[in-house]
Design a protein around this ligand. Structure first.
Ligand SMILES: [Zn+2]
Length: 468
């Protein structure tokens, strides 16, 4: 037996090596790793992902959930998946609420009359064609508004000038998005006539960022008419207020909530050659906001996962690769919920899932959310991507918004984490257009997804605990 002190020294010396993976068993054969490398090389030489986004954004353009444009996007997706050789191509329909944008204008009427750049938030109520004009009351954040007693802003327009922090991983979004979701309803409680928020975004351009408000549950009153201001306009309004006189703003918003419509999830598969019942799901969302052409959100994801799966098809993967192009993500994860419900009885056969929905920036980290006992195998998939700049990440992956419900139901997920430093400059604005995508960055994304899809399909292991 070794003396205790020596044993501790050995553990101390060995453990960093174990963390690096060099001392661990390699679940993949030389052949499999060579194939993964060849797929990445092919992806880096290919423009397929880029061409798919070009086609979607040009031939369909903006595609708001539940509209005729989103229906055309489904037709486009079905034709595209068939042309790329996918099997079992189909649309799985579901109902969706329908809200459409109308007129949206705002202006300071006194003491410094001038127009303001705004856009209505998804789900906003209407001011009517004559609009509303009232005095602005400004707050630094949502919490300050929530702290006010009921009825204390009667006849006013609420203005929340809360900025969003720019980060590589997009972590500033979660905090900033709360005011987009709930300010309209706080407005009702406080007796306000309308609300303005600083856009949830990191841009300094003069486009306001739209986005969905929290959905009403039955019996709730709709919120006050609510719009986002572009960042320079939020600054301008704040400067006007600092001069000490009451500032009045006129807003006209005429969006409409129409009778419920239909959306759908479009699916294409490469049927597994050895374990066809076992599914590797790769997703993206097909719908977009109506202001831009949805290139980075989420045309890029559609191009990335489709092109990657297409490349892997030539390798005759063992498991079924299922590409899911979700509908109605932007308006409240409606397609994500429909998918989980429609496939509930088959979720145990979903081995691993990933969604690309964070733009077209390069992938820099491979994150997992698998059972502890399967972590080594899952990380070995990520290790195969090191040559294209992908490092290891934590075992707390989010997976993507459209995987919210399947993840909650126990499906293991991974995140191929993209660089999102600039993502919220474009997100949900008219400026989200095809020219913003770099073809070399797209190709790197396709390369990482191709390696992931292939290796996840080849490995014998599943990624849950053995008792599950
Ligand atoms: Zn998205």
């Amino acid at each position: 037996m070794l003396p205790r002190s020596l044993l501790l020294t050995l553990i101390f010396v060995l453990s960093p090596a174990a963390l690096c993976g060099s001392a661990l068993a390699q679940p993949f054969s030389e052949n499999q790793l060579t194939t993964a490398q060849r797929l990445m090389d092919q992806a880096l030489e290919s423009d397929l992902g880029y061409e798919i986004v070009e086609s979607l954004t040009t031939e369909v353009g903006p595609r708001l959930a539940g509209t005729e444009a989103e229906s055309r996007a489904r037709d486009w997706a079905i034709a595209m998946l068939k042309a790329q050789g996918f099997e079992n191509v189909r649309n799985e329909p579901f109902p969706v609420p329908l809200w459409v944008r109308g007129v949206e204008t705002a202006a300071i009427t006194s003491p410094y009359p001038q127009p303001l750049a705004i856009t209505a938030l998804g789900g906003s109520s209407s001011t009517g064609p004559d609009g509303v004009e009232a005095e602005i009351v400004a707050f630094k954040d949502l919490a300050s508004v929530e702290a006010l007693p009921d009825g204390s802003l009667k006849g006013k327009i609420i203005f929340i000038d809360e900025p969003m922090t720019r980060t590589q991983d997009g972590s500033g979004y979660g905090v900033a998005v709360r005011k987009r979701r709930t300010t309209a309803y706080e407005g009702v409680r406080l007796g306000a006539v309308a609300a303005l928020i600083r856009s949830v975004g990191t841009s300094t351009h003069r486009f306001a960022h739209t986005g969905q408000m929290q959905r009403l549950t039955e019996g709730e009153r709709e919120g006050v008419p609510t719009a986002a201001l572009s960042a320079p306009d939020a600054d301008q309004l704040t400067r006007s207020l600092k001069r000490g006189q009451p500032v009045r703003v006129k807003m006209v918003l005429t969006p409409e909530t129409l009778p419920p419509s239909e959306s759908g999830n479009v699916i294409g598969e490469i049927v597994g050659s050895e374990k066809p019942e076992e599914i590797i799901l790769v997703g993206a969302h097909l719908d977009s906001w109506d202001l831009g052409t949805g290139a980075v959100d989420d045309g890029a994801g559609v191009g990335i996962v489709t092109a990657a799966a297409r490349l892997v098809a030539a390798e005759n993967p063992k498991r079924t690769i299922r590409v899911v192009l979700f509908g109605a993500e932007e308006v409240g994860l409606v397609g994500a919920k429909a998918y989980a419900e429609q496939h509930w009885d088959d979720l145990d056969n979903h081995m691993l899932a990933a969604e690309s929905d964070f733009g077209a920036g390069r992938i820099w980290r491979f994150e997992t959310r698998v059972h502890e006992s399967k972590l080594e195998t899952a990380q070995a998939i990520g290790n195969a991507m090191r040559g294209i700049g992908v490092g290891p990440g934590p075992n707390t992956a989010y997976g993507g918004p459209d995987l919210t419900y399947v993840r909650a139901a126990g499906v293991p997920v991974v995140t191929l984490k993209q660089d999102g430093l600039d993502y919220f400059d474009l997100h949900h604005t008219p400026n989200d257009t095809f020219d913003k995508i770099d073809p070399a960055d797209m190709a790197q994304n396709v390369a990482a997804y191709a390696a992931f899809i292939y290796l996840a399909s080849e490995v014998d292991a599943h990624f849950r605990g053995d008792e599950e």
